[in-house]
Design a protein around this ligand. Structure first.
Ligand code: GLC
Length: 498
């Protein structure tokens, strides 16, 4: 067809020419609501810096800033064989990682198991039974008939947990839509180990790891410029290396102030007290209707779990507004279902290459049984851009804040997660926001770059186990509850002679 060439992303204001006044007014209103200008980004970042610092104090703040007992970066020469388990939102992944003698190298075998949706709101027993079954299956399949020593396991548990020890974690609260009763406020390790013991699975838990810490360490294994690990996925969060001397809440432990300690920020909780974030009425609804109102304020504006929902809420609101004609006279029953749209719906709209937005039109027809006019499509496209752009720009505030707090003027940031990897323009928009926040001179290479990370929950978790066993062997036992029991994992971890 003539004239249906690829569109130039992200937006062309010229295409609004035929949009009727009621929709145009709404587009302008949404632009007002969702745009975060440079000055606001800077203000958010400055507040973020003070909140990061506050989270490290004895009194604490809304950002948990959890010490992880991962005490140092890898040097690239870590060795051994480790298991890693990742209990992410959609899948459960089990890996066996071999770190050979060659610097920065790794081999990995893995199996993925679907995480049944019902588990997320089921009982704790169902959860741990399922997890232990998957691990048992993995070991039986890959080590059939072998006499096994205890295999050391790094367990990536990507929720906020206070860790008194590296193999311990009291779940502060569920995030990302999980709501399993009887787990919050408790150490997740004993029921997990009990489920393994019941099955006789030969595993020694050597580290409980957050996905951001795993990402930080895995990325640093192959790139020594990495200073921060981030996840922009279903949830959003970051980890970085602090020095113990800057963590007042650990002062009672009398650790050497120069020792490094990875901090899992849990920055999704930033601004729970609503001081700086420009929340829209839609963000307020998301929060109210979520299983944990008042929690994860920052995350609810930027993470993948919520992007589609923000979009949906705006459209439902506009449809119900008597002054606006959108999807007029149509049955919007499917659109009315909460969480029926995910971030990939927005991503597809933003990726629609056609001037007439025909792919977006198909998307609405197929997924929502809604017929769309060209002006309605233009509004949807603009709305997706606004929501996606806001997410990227606000995310950049967190990265900039860590850099400012630590006085980092140049570094690499390792990032992972579905939004970072798949959402169109997320990287470029985030980079642009960093430039605006940190006022870098134009025309030069960006001194701080957010780059795709190495596999944090596989390689990262294995490396953290390796680092922990290594320092345990050397007698550096801070945060290691039972060094002897920990070392029982070492034999199996020894490098395979090939
Ligand atoms: C949520 C979790 C956090 C995790 C992040 C990314 O914010 O609370 O632990 O790192 O999602 O998965």
């Amino acid at each position: 067809m003539v004239g249906l060439g690829p569109r130039k992303p992200p937006s062309r204001r010229g295409s609004m020419a035929d949009v009727p006044k009621d929709l145009l007014d709404q587009i302008n209103r949404l632009e007002e609501l969702f745009t975060v200008p440079q000055e606001k980004l800077k203000q958010i970042t400055d507040h973020f810096v003070s909140e990061l610092t506050k989270g490290l104090t004895v009194e604490g703040g809304s950002i948990p800033m959890n010490p992880t007992w991962c005490m140092g970066f890898p040097d690239g020469y870590e060795t051994g064989t480790f298991l890693a388990l990742d209990m992410g939102g959609t899948n459960l992944r089990v890996c066996e990682i071999n770190l050979p003698e060659e610097k920065g190298e790794f081999d990995i075998i893995q199996s993925k198991y679907r995480m049944p949706e019902e588990l997320k709101t089921g009982t704790a027993d169902e959860l741990w039974d399922y997890v232990a079954d998957c691990l048992q299956q993995f070991i039986e399949y890959h080590h059939e008939g072998e006499e096994l020593d205890q295999l050391p396991l790094g367990f990536t548990f990507s929720y906020p947990a206070t860790q008194e020890y590296i193999d311990h974690g009291v779940l502060q609260r569920w995030t990302k839509g999980f709501d399993i009763e009887g787990v919050e406020g408790k150490d997740v390790v004993p029921p997990f180990e009990a489920a393994l013991a019941e099955r006789g699975v030969p595993i020694k838990l050597t580290a409980l790891v957050n996905d951001t810490t795993g990402t930080l360490i895995a990325s640093a294994y192959t790139d020594t410029d990495i200073k921060i690990g981030c996840i922009f996925g279903t949830g959003c969060n970051a980890a970085y290396m602090e020095d113990c001397g800057s963590i007042p809440k650990l002062a009672h432990m009398k650790l050497d102030p120069n020792l490094p300690m990875a901090i899992n920020c849990e920055w999704g909780a930033f601004d729970n007290e609503h001081k700086v974030l420009p929340r829209t009425p839609y963000d307020i609804i998301i929060d109210k209707e979520s299983p944990r109102p008042g929690q994860q304020s920052f995350e609810k504006m930027i993470a993948g779990l919520y992007l589609g929902e923000i979009f949906r809420l705006v459209l439902v609101d506009l449809h119900g507004n008597p002054d606006v004609k959108i999807f007029d006279g149509q049955d919007i029953g499917k659109l009315k279902k909460a969480y029926s749209l995910d971030a990939s719906f927005l991503a597809q709209i933003e990726e629609d290459p056609f001037e007439n937005l025909s792919e977006t039109q198909d998307l609405f027809a197929n997924k929502l049984s809604i017929t769309t006019s060209k002006p309605e499509l233009e509004l949807c496209r603009r709305l997706a851009e606004l929501i996606g752009t806001r997410a990227a720009r606000l995310s950049a505030c967190g990265v900039a804040a860590i850099c400012k707090k630590k006085g980092i003027s140049s570094c690499h940031v390792g990032a992972d997660g579905s939004v970072f990897n798949k959402y169109p323009h997320f990287k470029a928009r985030g980079a642009q926001a960093l430039r605006e926040i940190l006022d870098w001179p134009k025309g030069k290479k960006d001194p701080i770059e957010i780059l795709p990370a190495e596999d944090g929950s596989g390689v990262g978790a294995a490396l953290i186990s390796a680092l922990t066993l290594k320092r345990c062997k050397e007698g550096q036992t801070a945060g290691i509850r039972d060094p002897e029991a920990m070392l029982s994992g070492i034999k199996a971890a020894e490098p395979k002679k090939t």
